[in-house]
Design a protein around this ligand. Sequence first.
Ligand SMILES: [Zn+2]
Length: 277
Amino acid sequence: MNISRVFLRKIPLILIVILVIIIVFPLLFISIASRIITYLSTPSDLKKAKKLGEKLAETRNSQIIVVVAHPDDVDWYAGGTLGRLHQNNNKITVVLGTSGEKGNNSTPNLGKIREEEQKEAGRILGYDEIIFLRFPDRGLQPDNKFKEELRKIFAKRKPDILFTFDIEKEGYIYHHSDHRAAGKAALEIVKEFEGIKKIYLFHSSAANVIFDISKTVDLKTNALNAHKSLASNTISRIFGFLPSFTRSNTRRYMYNSNPQIEKKTGIKYAEFFREEK
Ligand SMILES: [Zn+2]
């Protein structure tokens, strides 16, 4: 028996090993990671968190300002909540520090494209105004220039409620310096505006609010789908052929869809925040 024949007989085994390494391991990792992150991000006192969420849902006729870094941040972290608050006659202004022109691919004019996608997502969820400050993507700084722009916007809109990134108790995975810069700049000027009665922080590791987004979950999905330029990234390309698997894990991760939470609170889809004030 020569060596090449032995090798030929082993090809199926080699293929199976390769398949396991490139497909099964990453899928298993995504599945486990999404479960762990949801578990860690879930407020510990579910009853109290549900009450705080219901209180937020009763908010009416308020000025809400959201400060984020990139197109899609607001929809991803708070789209379901804001969509519902829009239905209660609240006025929602979203401020983006950058237009995300670096994104995750090298499409020409990506910043302009992403601004249009954010406007479309805003139409779906009912944001009243979207302001692009166009500071450099992956270079956003919580400096005076950024804070001065925010001051002008806050002074004009006189917000009652602020939504932004949690920087003190930052959430798990995906730490982005632009997100920190947006949260830091907004939270540093907040004390100058006494009208702000409540602050809701997203991407938090110490969330204490569960907001039921079951009524706006489809709007949120449509808004996220409006960010088409992001869909051409590597992960979607690799796992795009497994729609139901990715969908169930995405739902678990993006909508905090978790049978345990549902059992204890009756909430199927949620967004989590840390209430600051
Ligand atoms: Zn972002």
